[in-house]
Design a protein around this ligand. Structure first.
Ligand SMILES: NC(=O)c1ccc[n+]([C@@H]2O[C@H](COP(=O)([O-])OP(=O)(O)OC[C@H]3O[C@@H](n4cnc5c(N)ncnc54)[C@H](O)[C@@H]3O)[C@@H](O)[C@H]2O)c1
Ligand SMILES: O[C@H]1[C@H](O)[C@@H](O)[C@H](O)[C@@H](O)[C@H]1O
Length: 353
């Protein structure tokens, strides 16, 4: 049977078949329902073939446009590196095809704005951005506590973002645009406020960090409503993957991301395990994210974090990169929000469908 023989399933082209792309192919084929992978593209032909082999009858390509144009393609999942996203996004929007684009939407604000403008010209939303923490059950409960009022008004967020090690080619600006971009989106989503200013503080770097990478760093975000968010970003901590967030409110605090279960007493020790990477920690969030995208796309809708959220995060990253370079407090500059993404609120709200 070829991929086109199942017209009731959403036919997906996956662009970029590395860690995340191959994992999303597996997820679409084996974990979630309602979709099939019909084409895979990777500039590395071997990787494209290997990922396509996870989905029988799927074609392999080296050019994203060839995968998008393959028979049976209804939608595109982009999992190439951030700098390659813009070209594929603009091509998908030119074809008016729904997209799930891994974070970051693009690595800089100008290119993210070009994507927003292309979607606004189309007149309807087509882009969901892979800010998967919005689909994590723990983060969902944290947001419900905030919107339910049980903690009172939020005053501060304390965030920790630790990776065991960085892959080759990971640079200091990526600590912001590739890693802290998650906390930037999480803060906007949890607090329903835009981020107005940023500072970056650097302790003496860890001796375990690669040459030229000042790791760890402390990123301070100030929201338009006066909430302060501190983010420890430590991408070569060595011991595993940890992402935590604590809300401090006027009447209480709540924290997610503590390492948990199974809690074992054995061999003279007690405690739990720390996941090796994001694919373990956020497995359920990725499954729910991709399922939500497939379900919405099949009913002709686009939901979840969108191009505007991707742009807003990129604008904050741009200010943070300046703060990282100068050591000063930098204000965030944002373009006016097109009507497609809803009205701006006092203190800036998100428009996440
Ligand atoms: N949501 C998350 O938690 C999470 C986790 C990891 C990575 N990501 C994001 O996923 C994306 C991919 O990251 P990764 O870790 O899988 O990277 P990776 O390097 O493992 O894989 C990227 C793949 O894209 C291919 N590629 C490069 N340029 C391309 C192009 N123009 N067209 C098609 N293929 C191209 C590369 O050959 C490689 O196989 C990035 O945007 C990254 O930020 C998100
Ligand atoms: O691309 C990855 C990914 O987004 C992970 O979720 C994050 O923890 C890493 O720092 C980043 O490099």
């Amino acid at each position: 049977m070829t991929r086109q023989d199942a017209p009731d399933l959403l036919g997906v082209a996956v662009v970029g078949a590395g860690r995340m792309g191959a994992d999303h192919v597996r997820r679409i084929e084996r974990v979630i329902s309602g979709a099939r992978v019909v084409a895979v593209a990777d500039v590395d032909e071997e990787r494209a073939r290997a990922a396509a082999a996870l989905a029988g009858g799927c074609s392999a390509h080296t050019a994203p446009e060839a995968a998008m144009g393959a028979p049976g393609v209804d939608a595109v999942l982009i999992a190439s590196p951030g700098p390659a996203h813009e070209a594929t996004l603009l091509e998908a929007l030119a074809r008016d095809v729904p997209v799930l684009c891994e974070k970051p939407l693009t690595p800089d604000a100008a290119s993210a704005l070009r994507v927003v403008e292309a979607e606004a010209r189309l007149g309807h939303r087509r882009v969901q951005v892979g800010f998967m923490r919005r689909y994590d059950p723990e983060y969902g409960r944290l947001r419900a506590l905030l919107t339910g009022g049980g903690l009172g008004r939020a005053l501060m967020l304390h965030c920790v973002h630790r990776n065991a090690a960085t892959p080759p080619g990971y640079t200091a600006p990526m600590m912001i645009s590739d890693s802290v971009v998650h906390e930037i989106d999480t803060a906007r989503w949890l607090l329903d406020q835009e981020i107005a200013a940023v500072q970056v503080v650097r302790p003496a770097p860890s001796g375990t960090a690669p040459e030229g990478l000042d790791d760890p760093q402390l990123v301070l975000l100030e929201t338009a409503g006066g909430v302060v968010v501190d983010v420890e970003i430590f991408v070569n901590c060595g011991f595993g993957y940890q992402v935590r967030c604590e809300v401090v409110g006027e009447r209480g605090t709540a924290r997610v991301g503590d390492d948990h279960g199974p809690f074992v007493n054995a061999a003279g020790r007690w405690g739990g395990a720390i996941p090796a990477d994001f694919r373990v920690r956020f497995e359920e969030a990725y499954d729910r994210e991709v399922q939500a995208w497939v379900d919405a796309t099949r009913r002709g809708d686009t939901t979840g974090p969108g191009a505007w959220d991707g742009y807003a995060a990129a604008a904050v990253c741009e200010a943070a990169l300046q703060a990282q370079a100068t050591g000063g407090r930098t204000r965030v500059e944002m373009a006016p929000r097109p009507a497609l993404y809803g009205a701006e609120k006092d203190g800036g709200g998100r428009a996440d469908g």
